[in-house]
Design a protein around this ligand. Structure first.
Ligand SMILES: [Zn+2]
Length: 247
């Protein structure tokens, strides 16, 4: 089947577009939600939206071949960081945190590409993430391969050690939330919870140190509670540390 050319969402060139993954395929593989025919059972909390088994995850015609290749190189690296590879050196593995030193540019571009893809997707399941004017800024960063500073679109990664049999088998877009008066996007992917801060300003230093650092220092927090309870507590703590900021 040949498809007519359309505009690539990343480079804006008119090309033959790939059927791109919104959520990288390795998350589905890790979750083992694929059956042996490599089909993914689409989960939805709204019964009417249950669709028949779809092949190879949720996809959409978004990117030209060149841009698709760029994103998949970042994905390959992220898969190694998140699901183990002896070349990734874990410096700390304690009950509450895992720390390692990674390539800032590649992993940050991967994180930005996740946020951007979910934000531009037309799929029902991702409609609750609204990027507004950030959408084009993110596209620029990805196109130019400029990861920005530690605080630009910083992301806190949490791994919940409770209910792992449920959370590690979910791809779930949890929509927007406010922390420290900053709009945040929340995603649950293959056991990891991603909290993206859509601002470069109003970032409390304690939040900033939880983001991937431009030195390459990555922290994944292990929590024994619901990730949403963690976010509520974070917002509460920040408010009480500096209530004047919220007036
Ligand atoms: Zn392109």
């Amino acid at each position: 089947m040949t498809l007519k050319n359309a505009e690539c969402q990343l480079c804006h060139k008119s090309e033959n577009l790939c059927n791109s993954h919104i959520i990288p395929e390795f998350f589905y593989e890790q979750m083992k939600l694929y059956d042996n025919k490599h089909r993914f059972n689409v989960l939805s909390t709204e019964p009417a939206r249950h669709r028949p088994t779809e092949q190879k995850g949720i996809r959409e015609r978004l990117l030209c071949k060149q841009c698709e290749g760029k994103l998949s190189a970042w994905e390959n690296y992220a898969r190694r960081v998140l699901y183990g590879d002896e070349s990734i050196r874990i410096t700390t593995n304690k009950p509450k945190v895992i720390e390692c030193t990674i390539d800032y540019k590649i992993f940050k571009l991967f994180q930005l590409s996740l946020l951007w893809r979910v934000g531009i997707s037309n799929q029902d399941g991702f409609s609750s993430v609204k990027l507004g004017e950030h959408g084009d800024g993110l596209r620029r960063m990805l196109f130019d391969e400029t990861p920005g500073s530690t605080e630009s679109y910083g992301c806190i990664i949490l791994y919940s050690t409770v209910n792992t049999e449920i959370t590690s088998n979910m791809i779930h877009c949890m929509g927007m939330s406010k922390v420290d008066s900053v709009e945040c996007a929340r995603l649950l992917l293959g056991g990891f919870f991603w909290l993206f801060f859509l601002s470069e300003s109003a970032i409390d230093p304690r939040q900033k140190e939880l983001f991937l650092q431009d030195s390459g220092h990555l922290r994944i927090l292990k929590i024994n509670q619901d990730p949403n309870d963690y976010i509520k507590k974070l917002a509460f703590d920040l408010y009480h540390s500096n209530p004047k900021k919220f007036e």
